[in-house]
Design a protein around this ligand. Structure first.
Ligand code: PGA
Length: 278
């Protein structure tokens, strides 16, 4: 059964109309979860939970582990499902002696549209620098895909009043040498590290504050056209219950969802946040 929606939803929130003109992007980052059998089931359930009309209001992407990509691609193609395929990372080189790595060129061959780069787990657990994130973003762009560039401060940095400076440094370092036309097509995900997988979400006001800071930074360096077109996601314990309020913020154009994206019904509700607005 398709999930029941609120009959009372009306107006701009219900139609998904946004004054910015930017199409919202709701992305599910499955991290190291779901083998390829589970991935097939999840994508089938998700496709069933979303109506064809929903895709007029929101872009939806899923980012399974590398081992699942081919299986998910096959389901999406066979059933003509308009969910975009995403990856969680890539190597900056196109090929070579990099044992265990996967290149952007390989992902492009699998019809991947979006590639997450610089996720805080990559930065924190695997020591990725802004320079490396920048090289990965360039590789993704070189192969015609869109990088989702992640930035975000730790709890210590926030407590020390350094959140804006940290995000400024990550953003300028990760987007270095890109031109305005390219930046306009990017997705930036603001994910405060303290909110990831903790159940603790930034308040809509705090999330908006940082997303607006990101947009001003982009305007200052790449111009107002790039800033107006760039999509900014919020990520960190996004759930069906908090998605509508977060998505109501003028500078938040989407969500990067971890834990709640593993459940197709929850993720579909987040993608359809507009139907559940208060
Ligand atoms: P979470 O993860 O939704 O489980 O907090 C978000 C992310 O890491 O992208």
């Amino acid at each position: 059964m398709r999930p029941r929606r609120k009959a009372s939803s009306r107006g701009a929130a219900a139609t998904g109309r946004r004054t910015s003109g930017r199409m919202p992007l709701i992305s599910g980052n499955w991290k190291m979860n779901h083998n390829h059998f589970e991935a097939i089931q999840t994508i089938q359930k998700l496709a069933y939970a979303l109506n064809p009309d929903d895709y007029q209001h929101v872009d939806v992407s899923v980012h399974p582990p590398f081992t699942d990509l081919r299986s998910v691609q096959t389901v999406l193609q066979a059933d003509d499902i308009p969910i975009a395929l995403g990856a969680q990372d890539c190597h900056p080189a196109d090929s070579g002696a990099y044992t265990g790595e996967v290149s952007a060129a390989m992902l492009a061959k699998l019809d991947v549209t979006y590639v997450i780069v610089g996720h805080s787990e990559r930065r924190g657990l695997f020591g990725e620098t802004d320079e490396l994130v920048n090289a990965k973003a360039q590789a993704v762009l070189r192969h015609g895909m869109v990088p989702i560039v992640c930035v975000g401060e730790t709890v210590e940095q926030r407590r020390a009043g350094q959140a804006h400076d940290v995000v400024t440094g990550q953003l300028t370092g990760s987007l270095d040498i890109l031109d305005a036309e390219t930046v306009a097509k990017l997705v930036v995900a603001y994910e405060p590290v303290w909110a990831i997988g903790t159940g603790e979400t930034a308040t809509p006001a705090d999330a908006q504050d940082m997303c607006s800071h990101v947009r001003s930074l982009v305007a200052g360096r790449w111009g107002s056209d790039a800033a107006g077109a760039l999509r900014i996601q919020y990520g960190g314990s996004v759930k069906p219950s908090n998605a509508p309020d977060l998505m109501e913020q003028p500078d938040i154009d989407g969500a990067l969802v971890g834990g709640a994206s593993l459940d197709a019904a929850d993720f579909a509700r987040i993608a359809n946040y507009r139907l559940y607005a208060a």
